[in-house]
Design a protein around this ligand. Structure first.
Ligand SMILES: Cc1cc2nc3c(=O)[nH]c(=O)nc-3n(C[C@H](O)[C@H](O)[C@H](O)COP(=O)(O)OP(=O)(O)OC[C@H]3O[C@@H](n4cnc5c(N)ncnc54)[C@H](O)[C@@H]3O)c2cc1C
Length: 408
């Protein structure tokens, strides 16, 4: 297997291109967007496991220069009372700290790095079809051009065209029960609270809210609001000011900084529906394989989608590097990655559903509750994951093929 085409130049696509190149394959990336990419999702937190995966691709230092680190999480209730204060992930080392960063900055940096290593990226290349033959695979793009390789990696995100080609009957992503509001403001009077490397999660009476203040004083925030999905017309036709006015009454009832932060936000306010893929879909055929959101998109509640995509990239590159045949590599990749990524979908879905249910009234006398899953950063380093990601360590034998896997 010499030539590999990566479809999608987002987080998964650029990362897997770096991994495959490092493993010695000839790689090209084909990205639908005409330039570096849209600013969908606005900002991300990259978790320690994602930073570890980047380190295996020699790209952690690059990403550690973007955005700002987060080393602690504080949890507030609807009255602004602090319920918990926890260290966040592997915060001791600058390269494994959580990072809060703009999606566009991350995407542009990863694409630059791909080019710097001599991997071609073709923009305005939107895949529309995939035709596999015994000896190769040919993809066709919306502009009528085509390309042939030994393997296609579908890293084309939530609405993956590669997934539809792989399995025309595959379920489409479904609404997870929450709209997600995102924004930035430099004008919020956030309460003084010590160093700027903390994220504060607010268990509001209606919405789950989170915010972090950058070292330059800009507040990054999100709100997850249960209810029906925003319609396509609403998403296209509602201004940031109108969204702000809809969100504010849901936050005003609480005595937390959330409402004031949103009130201080101007045009930089976005809304999207939280979507997820049901577990159990097909991940690969002999010459096509899915990674990242194309394979296992979760609702955003756990904040792990990007990190899972980065882990996939390392494991797929190692599997192809080490396996005796491409079929064995793709089987091994899927068997190693499916349980962890599907658990993320399940946990994130559960959290989203919990927030979508009617909130229980909280008692001021209640004992400080344990942090919930989205508020429970991995503090213990998972040794098995470390071995899986470590570039020098061969992947463990899985002793099974995908066909042996019990059905979903
Ligand atoms: C509101 C929201 C908040 C989130 N917050 C976080 C967070 O804090 N932390 C976190 O880890 N994750 C978060 N996520 C999840 C995270 O954004 C995704 O898991 C991650 O972007 C997946 O990366 P990907 O490369 O698989 O897909 P994408 O980032 O979607 O990239 C797919 C790429 O493929 C391209 N493409 C699409 N179709 C085609 C085609 N037909 N042909 C060629 N190219 C194509 C796209 O232009 C894009 O560049 C969030 C998601 C949402 C929606």
């Amino acid at each position: 297997m010499a030539r590999i085409m990566v479809i999608g130049g987002g987080i998964a696509g650029t990362a897997v291109a770096l991994g495959l190149h490092k493993a010695g394959f000839g790689v090209t990336v084909h990205e639908a967007h005409p330039n570096t990419g849209a600013d969908v999702g606005a900002f991300l937190t990259l978790a320690s496991n994602g930073m570890r995966a980047l380190a295996q691709l020699d790209a952690a230092t690059l990403v550690a220069g973007l955005g700002f680190p987060l080393t602690a999480m504080h949890v507030l209730d609807e009255n602004g009372r602090e319920l918990a204060a926890l260290p966040l992930g592997e915060h001791e080392h600058p390269l494994t700290r959580y990072r809060c960063l703009r999606r566009a900055a991350l995407g542009a940096a990863l694409q630059r790095e791909v080019r710097r290593r001599g991997i071609p990226i073709r923009h305005a290349a939107r895949l529309v079809s995939v035709a596999e033959r015994a000896e190769d695979v040919t993809v066709t793009f919306a502009d009528g051009s085509s390309a042939t390789a030994d393997l296609v990696v579908g890293a084309d995100g939530l609405h993956s065209a590669v997934r539809t080609q792989l399995d025309p009957a595959a379920a489409r992503p479904g609404y997870a029960g929450q709209r997600v509001f995102y924004g930035y403001t430099a004008d919020a009077a956030v309460p003084p609270e010590g160093p700027s490397d903390r994220i504060t999660m607010v268990r509001g009476s209606v919405a789950a809210f989170g915010y972090a203040v950058s070292p330059t004083g800009e507040t990054y925030w999100f709100a997850r609001v249960p209810g029906p999905p925003a319609t396509a017309e609403e998403l296209a036709g509602t201004t940031p000011a109108q969204w702000r006015e809809r969100l504010l009454p849901l936050l005003r009832a609480d005595r937390t900084p959330a409402a004031d932060i949103v009130a201080a936000t101007g045009e930089q306010l976005m809304v999207t529906n939280a979507l997820q893929l049901n577990p159990g879909g097909r991940w690969h055929s002999p010459r096509t394989v899915l990674i990242g959101d194309a394979a296992h998109a979760a609702s955003p509640a756990t904040g792990q989608g990007a990190s899972m995509a980065l882990e996939d990239a390392v494991v797929l590159a190692k599997a192809l590097r080490d396996a005796r045949s491409p079929a064995a590599a793709l089987d091994r990749y899927e068997l190693l990655r499916r349980p962890r990524t599907e658990r993320n979908i399940e946990v994130s879905g559960r959290l989203t559903a919990a927030r979508s249910a009617r909130p229980e009234p909280s008692s001021p006398d209640a004992a400080v509750p344990a942090a919930r899953d989205s508020e429970r950063p991995e503090r213990r380093v998972d040794e098995e994951l470390l071995r899986l990601l470590d570039w020098r360590t061969p992947l463990p034998a899985t002793g099974a093929t995908v066909r042996d896997r019990p059905g979903p």
